[in-house]
Design a protein around this ligand. Structure first.
Ligand code: MN
Length: 129
């Protein structure tokens, strides 16, 4: 079992993504803002962050940069989920420090494959230490 932090402001999406992660056997911590996500990621160990990019206030890209700047959270893989399926966005998302991204509407097989792939890579800040 891995610990996944899910940052998503939309309650329906958060429940769907959380349910899929839990069905895949993971423990999921859900938050609805980037600021809560950053605070929780600094306080508790996680193996993966699933980060919505469009968030009210601090957005997912800014939050990713903050997580990457801290030695506590620097090594945690970050999977972006984004409604931006526009050309150039992948570059922007990866440049901010996300390891991969899945575009909405989420194809769940693709989502869980990306989750498995990122969890297979040992995380510096993971819970298996
Ligand atoms: Mn959103």
């Amino acid at each position: 079992m891995k610990r996944v932090l899910l940052v998503e402001d939309n309650a329906a999406n958060r429940k769907l993504l959380g349910d899929h992660l839990r069905r895949a056997g993971h423990e999921v911590r859900e938050v609805d803002t980037a600021d809560k996500g950053i605070a929780v990621a600094l306080a508790e160990p996680f193996d993966l962050v699933v980060m919505d990019i469009q968030l009210p206030g601090t957005d997912g890209l800014a939050a990713t940069r903050i997580l990457r700047a801290s030695p506590v959270t620097r090594g945690i893989p970050i999977l972006a989920v984004t409604a931006h399926a526009m050309r150039g966005d992948e570059k922007r998302i990866l440049a901010a420090g996300c390891d991969a991204y899945v575009a909405k509407p989420i194809a769940y097989k693709e989502f869980l494959a990306a989750v498995s792939h990122l969890l297979a890579t040992p995380a510096v800040g993971g819970t298996d230490r």
